[in-house]
Design a binder for this molecule. Structure first.
Ligand code: ATP
Length: 319
């Protein structure tokens, strides 16, 4: 192909900038025109796009968020909306599209490709690490590091007061962020939607642990497993232990991307541009066992990713 476009869509995540930068610079290096679309599918429908030069992606690799902007767009869920977006690409001679976003964004991309045949390559951009076929999504590493930082601080104050700390973390229906941050933050309990838990039993165990002299207990709750506040209230009522709840919220989405997110996002962006230029389509690039892999776009959106059983087991062993 001789002209491609890139957009970011859905929730922003740290490293999206590095990915878009790599798409742009790889395309230019290969002598291919590249367009940036602002605000995801919304911007495509509003024709908010511009041809990009190398300097347009300067000074962004270190920034969180996405310089292209992102949005949710309900019109994209209709065939008419997608056809209009396709027309806006054709009007500009754009022959292929790279969509960087979460599973919803990739679903929108999969439909566009099926309906119009335009070459599409997706990159998994979400802190949730919930895209099937890849054990990594752009931004999950930075978000996990942000959570660890918060856990470290909460531990200091919890140990000073002999408290139960309940921390709710993001992840939508995935427990990945809770699991890895709980393991690396040394949480006593990690509650994830993928694995059943018995809160009454946990409360009983907590009371015993305190009687035996435990100074504090940290519970990490994935948002998909329940509300941190409700779980904290329940623990306080059942155990009569001093319990505090912390909901980390959107802080987890922000921040300068980690080295891993910058390097991996750059690798994925390069592969996405090269694939589009050579006419490939319907692919998501991700990572498996530390290496870049290509995944069928439709398989990726039609399957639900499972949590790594080895991590789940490790969490039990280390508790
Ligand atoms: P994150 O999980 O990080 O929030 P996401 O990409 O999953 O990211 P969504 O809000 O689910 O975020 O999707 C982003 C956009 O993708 C939607 O606003 C919509 O334009 C498009 N999209 C989502 N689901 C579909 C669908 N089923 N059909 C067509 N388009 C969709």
């Amino acid at each position: 192909l001789k002209s491609i476009a890139v957009m970011t869509s859905g929730g922003d995540s740290p490293g999206m900038n590095a990915a878009a930068r790599a798409v742009v610079r790889t395309a230019l290096y290969e002598g291919v025109k590249v367009w940036g679309i602002r605000d995801g599918y919304h911007g495509l429908l509003e024709e908010d796009m511009f041809e990009m030069k190398s300097k347009d992606v300067g000074d962004i690799i270190q920034r969180g968020g996405t310089f292209l902007g992102t949005a949710r767009c309900n019109r994209w869920k209709t065939p008419e909306g997608r056809m209009l977006g396709y027309q806006h690409l054709v009007d500009r001679g754009i022959q292929g599209l790279c969509v960087i976003g979460g599973d919803g964004s990739l679903r929108g991309a999969s439909l566009l490709s099926q309906e119009t045949g335009i070459p599409i390559v997706g990159l998994p951009g979400t802190i949730d690490n919930d895209v099937w076929g890849s054990d990594y999504t752009i931004g999950c590493d930075t978000a996990a590091n942000t959570i660890i930082d918060a856990i470290n601080k909460l531990r200091d104050t919890a140990s000073a007061h002999r408290r139960v700390i309940v921390m709710e973390v993001m992840g939508r229906s995935s427990g990945w962020l809770a699991l890895v941050s709980g393991i690396s933050g040394g949480a006593e309990y990690i509650l994830v939607p993928e694995s059943p838990f018995d809160l009454d039993k946990i409360c009983e165990d907590m009371k015993v642990a305190y009687q035996e002299g435990k100074r504090y207990i940290l519970v990490v709750v994935a948002e998909g497993a329940g509300s941190g506040q409700e779980i904290g209230d329940y623990i306080a009522k059942k155990t009569e232990l001093d319990t505090r709840v912390s909901v980390l919220g959107h802080i987890q989405r922000g921040g300068s991307p980690s080295v891993i997110d910058r390097v991996r996002a750059s690798q994925l962006g390069e592969q996405a541009a090269l694939a589009l230029i050579s006419g490939l389509s319907d692919i998501v690039f991700g990572f498996s066992k530390g290496r870049v892999v290509s995944i069928d776009l439709h398989d990726s959106v039609n399957n639900k990713k499972k949590l790594d059983p080895e991590y789940l087991h490790l969490a039990k062993v280390l508790f």
